[in-house]
Design a protein around this ligand. Structure first.
Ligand code: ATP
Ligand code: MG
Length: 286
């Protein structure tokens, strides 16, 4: 509770070990608060929370097994890339050859090996995110909490981050990650969509799509949209006209052929429903 605001409210979540779990939801829906509650940084006014089999009240003893990357800047701006990594390694008692190997491995992964002598405070936004991720992973945590880790990271590197997250999960590590990007959510085993501190919908991306029951639709560019729309309606199709574009809900792809026997569009494209639309439907927004 933040001055009367229930940032988390009636939230029941079970995250299996070894899963990639994505937290989605609009700004202020409670994603960061949930992550902070897991690491024991927020005192819960009620409810129960267990982390890696332990009650959250003793979560601090689990810190060596947890990696938390905050949404905001948490590194030392006046230390270099290498020094930040060394500092975090030191916190977890990693030294000698192991420290050297681990730092080299991670800097390679986030493509910062050539920038190891730059001050963290002088890195670009995306580079800073990459260094934050590398520092979070230094002690090979088995539970990873990553709050919007790919903000500002370029597409190619984002892809390699996700391959790495999948690899961590396949090694049995649990990766909880918040994002606003649907293509990232689609890569996760379970997606939880939060709204106003609650879990509005949860499931695998396929389950969410099925649950929302959204149908694909065909968008048609027609010479005479109104005339063709009435023709299609008289054949029993659900048709919508807006901005000169005609949209038809279809149940199965075979209907496209039938539609083309009724009308001759100038152009057309098939739009499959997106995960975003599915979530909006399930949470009652659309
Ligand atoms: N320390 C705090 N004091 C007061 N209110 C807070 C505090 N932290 C969070 N809140 C409020 O709790 C709600 C949930 O915030 P939270 O940061 O968890 O959202 P979020 O889903 O992470 O949003 P975003 O996508 O913008 O990161 C918001 O209304 C926010 O203003
Ligand atoms: Mg947040």
């Amino acid at each position: 509770m933040f001055r009367g605001l229930r940032a988390l409210d009636g939230l029941t979540v079970r995250i299996p070990r070894g899963a990639t779990y994505c937290l989605l939801g609009p700004n202020g829906s409670g994603k960061t608060t949930f992550i902070r509650a897991i690491v024991g940084l927020i005192r819960l006014d009620g409810g129960d929370l267990h982390v890696l089999g332990e009650h959250v009240s003793s979560v601090r003893s689990l810190y060596p097994r947890i990696g938390y990357m905050t949404q905001h800047r948490a590194l030392y701006p006046d230390l270099t890339v290498q020094e930040n990594m060394e500092f975090f390694a030191g916190l977890y008692g990693i030294d000698g050859q192991r420290r050297k190997r681990r730092i080299a491995e991670l800097l390679e992964m986030v493509e910062l090996s050539d920038h190891r002598d730059r001050l963290a405070g002088a890195l670009s936004g995306g580079m800073y995110q990459r260094l934050s991720l590398a520092c979070t992973l230094i002690h090979e945590p088995e539970l990873l909490l990553l709050d919007e880790p790919t903000v500002g990271v370029d597409p190619a590197l984002r892809q390699s981050f996700w391959m790495y997250f999948d690899q961590l999960a396949s090694e049995g590590k649990t990766v909880i990650i918040s994002t606003h990007l649907m293509d990232e959510a689609e890569k996760c085993r379970i997606v939880g969509y939060m709204r106003s501190g609650r879990m509005a919908a949860e499931g695998s991306p396929d389950e969410i799509m099925q649950l929302a029951g959204l149908k694909p639709h065909l968008e048609l560019l027609l010479e005479d949209p109104e005339r063709d729309a009435s023709l299609l309606r008289s054949e029993g199709y659900e048709v919508e006209v807006s901005g000169g574009v005609v949209r038809i809900r279809i149940d199965k792809h075979a209907q496209i052929k039938e539609i083309l026997e009724i009308i001759s569009p100038l152009d057309m494209r098939l739009r499959e429903p997106s995960l975003e639309e599915a979530f909006l439907t399930l949470s009652g927004v659309a």
